[in-house]
Design a protein around this ligand. Structure first.
Ligand SMILES: [Zn+2]
Length: 386
């Protein structure tokens, strides 16, 4: 029987502007997620954002409460790894030269690693990877950082990023997801047209959206995304209706099945209301009829399969899509990466149901990124080239 090697990644971090209550949105949620995984015998992969950690350690010399947070961060990451979950690298370059003033972080306006010089990008990625390996090899001398998820998915096109990653010994990039499109001041990317949205592949070293014609020193495994079509419009309608009703009127099964984990706000999250609209929304005035239509069309386009933003029913449709594409590919085993963001999980019920589902499914094997990378380089998967 065809088998799916499913990698449950999680980008573990504060919000992109440096805001957020770290204990609530990172520590508590990571513990809960790892407990869930353990209960169902699943292994997760936490892509931990290291730039924030380096700046907390640095400013911690002057501000004891930042140092306390950095130390809790370290012991939690060590604990998670010791429990058999994976820890890999996630880097948000907007922390470069961050300043801490009046009790809050002020980050720089360039969010894309592609907009930094070779020297700056190399310095950031190398320092972050060295720090993470030093931290985990204290108790696990064989720990290696081999997989990478770029901050806010910025990985292509770029002259430096893949060459730097491969120089540093990163074997696999997980930053591409078909359909992503951003043209903002903070960074630009366009993954609406990528050569291979599903299978592992050798990328062109200066533009990971394109297949190389031969083997390369790094492999890309796209993060799963799918086109939602009319189903997507149906789900967003259900969500809109639910939003207008008081939460207590909605039965438990409604929360667990129809609403995503991020439909419930994390208490004391320390993030501004409307953070995502303010950061990623296009800056328009009044909501015109035209932009309403655009929003409707967007709800039907490709969306990254991020567990924090999917209801349980949508998670099952994601699995249906994976099985269909797997059959179409003719492969007997394929690695598939799902995303998640613990900082947005206000309700664990949908993920709990999904874990139960995964533990029962006989064609799915949940594994860590490091196991997937091992398989990639031992010839278990077909790796595409042009
Ligand atoms: Zn991130």
């Amino acid at each position: 029987m065809a088998r799916i090697h499913l990698v449950l990644t999680d980008d573990w971090e504060l919000f992109g502007d440096g805001s957020g209550n770290m204990r609530r949105i990172q520590f508590d949620t990571m513990k809960q997620l790892a407990d869930l995984y353990d209960r169902f015998g699943l292994k997760g992969t936490f892509n931990v954002e290291v730039m924030q950690q380096l700046y907390h350690l640095d400013y911690g010399q002057r501000y004891p409460h930042l140092l306390a947070l950095a130390h809790e961060w370290e012991s939690l990451v060590q604990d998670i790894y010791a429990r058999g979950h994976d820890v890999q690298l996630h880097v948000h370059p907007q922390w470069h030269q961050a300043r801490y003033e009046d009790g809050q972080w002020s980050l720089n306006p360039r969010w894309s690693i592609l907009d930094y010089s070779y020297a700056d990008a190399l310095h950031m990625l190398e320092t972050c990877k060295d720090y993470l390996e030093a931290l985990l090899s204290r108790s696990h001398p064989d720990y290696q950082c081999v997989a990478f998820r770029s901050g806010a998915w910025f990985v292509a096109p770029g002259d430096h990023i893949l060459p730097i990653l491969s120089t540093l010994g990163i074997r696999c990039d997980m930053s591409l997801a078909k359909g992503l499109y951003t043209q903002l001041e903070l960074g630009k990317l366009d993954y609406r047209d990528i050569d291979e949205p599903f299978l592992p592949f050798y990328p062109q070293m200066h533009d990971a959206r394109r297949l190389a014609d031969r083997q390369q020193p790094i492999v890309c495994v796209p993060t799963h995304s799918r086109r939602w079509g009319i189903e997507g419009a149906g789900f967003s309608l259900v969500r809109k209706i639910a939003k207008r009703l008081p939460a207590r009127l909605l039965p438990d099964v409604w929360h667990a099945s129809f609403l995503p984990p991020n439909a419930t706000a994390i208490r004391d999250s320390g993030v501004v209301k409307d953070y995502y609209r303010q950061t990623w929304g296009q800056k328009t005035g009044r909501v015109s009829r035209l932009s309403k239509a655009a929003a409707f069309l967007k709800s039907q386009s490709n969306r990254v399969s991020d567990l924090s933003s999917l209801s349980y029913l949508e998670m099952k449709l994601v699995m249906r899509d994976i099985r269909q594409r797997m059959r179409a590919s003719g492969q007997s085993v394929v690695p598939v990466i799902l995303a998640n963001h613990t900082k947005n999980i206000g309700d664990f019920r949908p993920i709990e149901k999904f874990c139960e589902y995964l533990a029962r499914a006989s064609d799915i094997e949940v594994m860590t990124s490091r196991e997937m990378v091992k398989n990639l380089y031992s010839g278990q998967y077909m790796i595409r080239s042009a």
